[in-house]
Design a protein around this ligand. Structure first.
Ligand code: ZN
Length: 415
């Protein structure tokens, strides 16, 4: 087993660990560990909300979740000799849920998918499903099932939702400038266009007092992907992947967490993966001066892992950039097209007895493929959503007999 360079006691908050992690991107968060290039390391992770979500049949915890503490990240891990302009080469060797049962935090035999309420960030279909919902998933080896989604069983592609290097002070200032400018275009929007720095809930490793307050005032929230990597939520960032991260500060300062047992492309419910705590094993190395050598100056590049579930048949739903209710055409809008593909899949699954919320949760969590199929055929962008037929224990393909409707239970609700 690789050396554990960041350990987590899953029965405690990240704040109460021997070495705490952090929940903002800031260059001054002190390194929790330092390793040499060409090292294999293990990093243990809390679930991204630091254990606020329970294995229960109510979604009140999702409705009331305190997002000022998220994402709770492990690290930073400094790599000796790393300098701005290098590429940090990270091989994902292995990852999974918490190996031993110590309490009942997500990742210890179970995980969850949440639909956030519109007032708390919402999700991709928040105009249609504005309330909070939840599905609990039980793990058995690589396979998962949910009492909130009967009739479904699938193999997960475990992956980290979020890993990245620390931004430099200059890069952090650029992020804050552009995101605050975006927020200013519609400052009262619900949900907001972006999340500004927030002092409430800030954690920055061992920093305290004025240093911690400064990180709270300046530190970038962890929700979006940015030039340091960050919250990519790419389901194929799986075992066997090799990631090339831009280095922006001495030591690179690699941090991450937000481990997922599974996820559909787009992670459409926002908390749409199957969220868990656990461990991740990585090998880290450097390509000196790699950013300029390869022109990798903004975002990371990666080689996806070659381990994934073997689903070979898909029912694919298509969406175009049209508002069908208003019969209004939008010009090559891939976001609208993908939203329509998702809505078409939800309506289809409802004919088998699932609620819209159950279908929405399923599309966030199961290994669905989302494709930008066409963005040149004016005026309609065309996106498609590939739903693996093999995850259902009944035939979901259209037949002359009609859909096999059944009582499919219900997901956890807030009221
Ligand atoms: Zn996540």
């Amino acid at each position: 087993m690789p050396d554990v360079v960041f350990s987590v006691d899953q029965s405690r908050s990240m704040r109460d660990q021997a070495v705490p992690g952090h929940n903002r991107w800031h260059p001054d968060v002190p390194a929790a560990a330092t390793v040499r290039p060409d090292s294999s390391i293990r990093i243990e992770c809390r679930e991204w909300t630091d254990g606020q979500i329970l294995n229960s049949d109510t979604a009140k915890d999702v409705r009331d979740v305190d997002l000022s503490v998220a994402h709770m990240l492990s690290g930073p891990v400094a790599v000796e000799g790393a300098e701005p302009g290098d590429l940090l080469v990270v091989d994902i060797l292995d990852l999974g849920p918490v190996p031993q049962q110590v309490g009942d935090a997500p990742g210890q035999g179970w995980g969850y998918t949440g639909i956030f309420a519109r007032e708390n960030g919402g999700g991709f279909l928040t105009d249609y499903y504005p309330d909070a919902y939840k599905a609990i998933w039980d793990f058995q080896g690589q396979v998962t099932t949910s009492r909130h989604l009967p009739g479904v069983r699938f193999t997960g592609i475990t992956h980290p939702g979020l890993f990245g290097t620390a931004p430099s002070h200059e890069l952090l200032a650029k992020w804050n400038e552009r995101e605050l400018a975006l927020i200013a275009t519609d400052p009262n929007r619900v949900p907001p266009l972006a999340l500004p720095p927030l002092e409430q809930g800030v954690l920055a490793g061992t920093l305290s007092g004025a240093d911690l307050e400064r990180v709270g005032r300046e530190g970038a929230r962890t929700v979006p992907a940015r030039e340091n990597g960050g919250n990519h939520d790419i389901k194929n960032f799986s075992r066997g992947s090799r990631v090339f991260y831009p280095v922006h500060v001495p030591g690179a300062k690699l941090s991450g967490g937000d481990l997922h047992f599974s996820q559909g492309d787009g992670e459409i419910t926002f908390c749409g993966a199957i969220e868990m705590g656990g461990f991740i094993d990585m090998h880290v190395d450097l390509i000196k001066g790699g950013m300029q050598k390869y022109g990798i100056t903004t975002n990371p590049v990666f080689i996806p892992g070659n381990v994934e579930p073997r689903y070979t048949e898909f029912l694919s739903f298509i969406g175009i950039s049209v508002d069908h209710q208003e019969n209004k055409n939008h010009y090559n809008d891939a976001t609208l097209a993908y939203r329509n593909a998702c809505l078409n899949a939800v309506e289809y699954l409802k004919t088998f007895g699932y609620s819209g919320e159950q279908a929405y949760l399923l599309l966030g969590a199961a290994p669905i493929e989302g494709r930008v199929s066409g963005v040149v055929d004016i005026p309609n962008a065309c996106c498609s959503l590939y739903l693996p037929t093999g995850i259902f224990d009944f035939d979901i393909k259209p037949t002359a007999e009609g859909p096999r409707r059944a009582d499919r239970g219900r997901c956890a609700v807030a009221t």
